[in-house]
Design a protein around this ligand. Structure first.
Ligand code: NAD
Ligand code: HSE
Ligand code: NA
Length: 433
């Protein structure tokens, strides 16, 4: 093929970044691809003043005109959301076009169906930009770590959430104020509850677990907790114990099945992951041959994400007549269907914040409930009484325990007369391979 024509659907944050980087680096991109690669058709509801689109590019207000354009070889879906995006991608596939998307919601929820359709039609659906923005993590795992039996991976995979936690810790800012800034910077999802309630991270973890372990995409089985209940006090107490609170996606293969979970996590402050701040993302992957490797970079942003979108476009352009030599989820046959474990069977250490009446004998009662449930305490901090002087926060760090035993202990603790507020629990991961 002499030159490759790209149809761009959606001209928002990522769409405009993709257009501008393609224009700016056109010559280098052509030399790297071995042929000219051009955006020839844009589908957008309105023009974007951030993009100077020349006369040579066709503009359609109906994005479906792009997937029906016989001259377009690669359709780039950057509109986001589930339904229209799914219809658009499936129609592109059935019209024999390759697809590039940044839409993790679409891949995590409808990816199994979409990849099947793509394979049946001999086209590729590429999604590097969908996970960890500009970091080449899909390529890193699916190709770079192909030799390894992957044991586990842990990642900071939502830029907005990490930006919020960082600003709260470093500057003492309040949650809502930082979220507004993340939205203005173009980091947040159209519905920002996807960011702060962990749904976006769960979409990305679904994808990472599938390419790490060769299991089907199973978004509905991810245990998901967001950061919206994290307080400044917990951030501070964690710090006194030598930890940082990070919102992690975590997946591990055990003899019983696969853990798939997204939640705030205490990470020892000396770990690299604990020092990934702002909108930056990082994914730590443990392979049996290579050991731990970490991938670090911008998790969101216009040109940062465009970097991954264009990497996929060039990958396809290089092999356009022979595309598809890397299987969509990295495995060309269905893997043994490893079950996903319920969260009750997962074992982690815990940080607990228990607010008790300031009276004698509390500690003994708490210690005895913990020991009845087989839970060992690693550290206890007794803080100063709170403003009203009648209650004190007790901060406990435990050794690893099955979640179902911790559930029982918390239920018993919560039943004590002296425990007067809901107990806060945050899981702890040492992340030391
Ligand atoms: N913003 C980021 O940093 C980032 C990073 C990685 C992935 N993503 C993903 O990229 C995708 C796009 O995100 P964004 O931040 O660019 O969003 P955005 O809201 O800035 O852009 C989406 C654009 O698509 C347009 N659009 C939506 N439906 C349309 C339709 N039916 N017809 C025509 N135009 C339509 C909107 O008008 C808007 O201009 C999403 O799937 C998002 O999750 C975003
Ligand atoms: N809203 C997402 C965009 C990148 O996927 C984030 O903040 O990480
Ligand atoms: Na990526």
């Amino acid at each position: 093929m002499k030159s490759v024509n790209v149809g761009l659907c959606g001209l928002g944050t990522v769409g405009s970044g993709t257009f501008n980087v393609m224009q700016r680096n056109l010559e280098d991109i052509a030399r790297r691809a071995g042929k000219p690669v051009r955006i020839t058709h844009i589908g957008a509801r309105r023009d974007n003043p951030a993009c100077e689109v020349g006369e040579d590019v066709k503009i359609s207000r109906d994005i479906f005109d792009v997937v029906r354009d016989p001259d377009v070889h690669i359709v780039v879906e950057l509109i986001g959301g589930y339904d229209t995006a799914k219809a658009l991608v499936l129609e592109a596939i059935s019209n024999g076009k390759h697809v590039v998307t940044a839409n993790k919601a679409l891949i995590a929820v409808h990816g199994n169906e979409i990849f099947k359709a793509a394979e049946a039609n001999g086209v590729v659906v590429a999604y590097e930009a969908a996970v960890a923005g500009g970091i080449p993590i899909i390529k890193g795992i699916r190709e770079g770590l192909v030799a390894n039996d992957i044991k586990w991976l842990a990642g900071i995979i939502n830029g907005t959430g990490n930006f919020i936690l960082t600003e709260m810790r470093e500057k003492g800012r309040v949650f809502d104020d930082v979220l507004k800034e993340a939205q203005a910077l173009g980091y947040a999802e159209a519905d920002p509850t996807f960011d702060v309630e962990g749904i976006d991270a769960a979409h990305k973890l679904t994808i990472l677990a599938s390419i790490a372990f060769g299991i089907p995409l199973q978004f509905d089985k991810v245990y998901t907790e967001g950061i919206s209940r994290i307080t400044r006090e917990d951030v501070q107490y964690a710090e006194e114990l030598g930890y940082r609170i990070k919102h992690l996606g975590f997946t591990r293969k055990t003899a019983e099945g696969v853990e798939l979970r997204v939640h705030p996590t205490l990470v020892p402050e000396k770990r690299l992951l604990a020092n990934v701040n702002g909108v930056l993302n990082a994914v730590l992957v443990e392979g049996d041959a290579v050991g731990p490797t970490m991938y670090y970079g911008p998790g969101a942003g216009s040109e940062q994400t465009a970097s991954s979108v264009i990497a996929d476009i060039v990958d396809i352009a290089r092999e356009i007549d022979n595309a598809g030599n890397v299987p969509h989820l990295g495995y060309s046959t269905e893997t043994e269907n490893l079950p996903v474990l319920p969260v009750s069977e997962i074992e982690t250490a815990y940080y607990l914040r228990i607010t008790v009446k300031d009276e004698i004998g509390q500690m003994a009662q708490i210690a005895s409930i913990m020991s009845e449930n087989g839970i060992n305490i690693e550290a206890i901090l007794q803080k100063e009484p709170e403003e009203d002087a009648s209650t004190v926060p007790l901060i406990l760090l435990t050794h690893p325990v099955r979640e179902k035993h911790m559930d029982k202990a918390i239920e018993a603790l919560q039943g004590l007369d002296s425990v007067i507020k809901p107990i806060v629990r945050i899981r702890v991961e040492q992340l030391d391979g």
